[in-house]
Ligand binder design. Sequence first.
Ligand code: GH3
Ligand code: MG
Ligand code: MG
Length: 236
Amino acid sequence: MNSIPVIFITARTDEASIEKAYEVGGVDYVTKPFKPKELFARVKTQLQLSTLIKELEASKRELKYLSEIDPMTKLYNRRYFNHVAKNMMQLAKRDESTLSVVMLDIDKFKEVNDTYGHDVGDEIIIALSDILLEMTRESDLVCRYGGEEFLLLLPETSLEGALVIAEKIRKKVALFVLSLENGHKVSVTLSSGVSEVDSIQDQTIEASIKKADIALYTAKSKGRDQVVPFSLSLIE
Ligand code: GH3
Ligand code: MG
Ligand code: MG
């Protein structure tokens, strides 16, 4: 949309001329001989309108941001993930490229909250979110899928590639220490389940997420702080 409103001043009052003025982008017209007060009033109205439109556009951008981003971690939220994942899956199918999902969950996080309080728990979630962003590519989708659960969607990444990334993240998180003011040091571990999107078998992204979730469950039951790939043997 044109950001400078144009008001036509014209001696023509026939319908076709007025229509033409609007057609070429005019927002209003004044006929000659014009009254200065009327012209000023019309200019003022247009300026007010233009300010309102700018405010509306800013609000729309803000709303879009709020609907896509988790306010605490600034990672994408689940809703946005599901939306983008669907498109990424279609693209991968079309280009016959690989796409992988990693589901990560903080181990025994309830204990962290119970021992150090919810605020410290929040700090840990934020710090881990930063690690996830730091360890992934610009083209990867990093999402806070639930309370202390994250999902990565990695385009052009095979199961093997995704396992390498998940393992690097696991190691980095295991080394991370949050130092509290009272001298206490808090650290956590992460468990991950990894699946490669099977463009034939997985009809929806939810099917691939489910596989990563099954692998994550296995990682938990095998003792946590580990990365497990999905394989059919896990559901047999
Ligand atoms: P597991 O190793 O099996 O994953 O154990 P867990 O304790 O991490 O799992 P559980 O699902 O029992 O507990 C998750 C905890 O995460 C409980 C919940 O209060 C906490 N949690 C979820 N979201 C937040 C959050 O935003 N901030 C904080 N501080 N805690 C959160
Ligand atoms: Mg957990
Ligand atoms: Mg959990």
